[in-house]
Design a protein around this ligand. Structure first.
Ligand SMILES: [Mg+2]
Ligand SMILES: [Zn+2]
Length: 179
């Protein structure tokens, strides 16, 4: 079966408002960013899968119960469903630092998704608001887009200063036919 290209999306700061240095600990604190649905729509209309890869260390720290995280993600799916959208996968690293191979900047979640969903990593993109997202994407063999302050150094292939610039960038970058 042919491998499919994918857009990997970081969660906090890309899909929903960043909780700052902390964690989204309650369903009510998950606020969809207004430009994400359009970015997702463009990615999927161009034949890309859309997979979320998110570090949630708050689970390891006992700040976010696994069942709460599940409820937050059900809420995320239902907000997107209201826009007629559906993610192809959500991968979570619930671990503390240094105890796994999936916590970004390590590429474990992307590699697992590629295996399970038959993804073409070399034709895929990782989008995030931290350099750890960019590193994970690069190590997995993807191209990368960093969202946020352009004055911060980054290895990302492409950059936009905030989410409002992402839909147009994806329009310009993604080939109309899937590879
Ligand atoms: Mg983030
Ligand atoms: Zn992990």
């Amino acid at each position: 079966m042919k491998r499919t290209p994918c857009i990997f999306f970081d969660r906090d700061g890309i899909i929903n408002q960043s909780p700052g240095p902390g964690y989204v600990e309650r369903v009510e604190d998950f606020h969809l960013l207004p430009d994400f649905p359009q970015a997702l729509r463009i990615a999927q209309s161009r034949g890309y899968r859309a997979v979320v890869v998110t570090n949630q260390r708050g689970v390891a720290l006992g700040l976010v119960h696994p069942r709460t995280l599940e409820a937050i993600h059900l809420h995320m799916h239902s907000l997107l469903a209201q826009e007629g959208l559906k993610l192809d996968g959500v991968y979570v690293c619930p671990h503390d630092r240094g105890e796994c191979t999936c916590r970004k900047p390590m590429p474990g979640m992307l590699l697992r998704a590629a295996e399970e969903l038959n993804l073409a990593l070399a034709h895929s993109w990782m989008i995030g608001d931290h350099e750890t997202d960019i590193t994970a994407g690069r190590v997995a063999g993807c191209r990368t887009i960093r969202v946020g302050d352009l004055s911060v150094p980054s290895e990302a292939d492409e950059r936009v200063s905030d989410m409002s610039g992402l839909p147009a960038l994806l329009e310009a970058l993604l080939p109309r036919q899937s590879v």
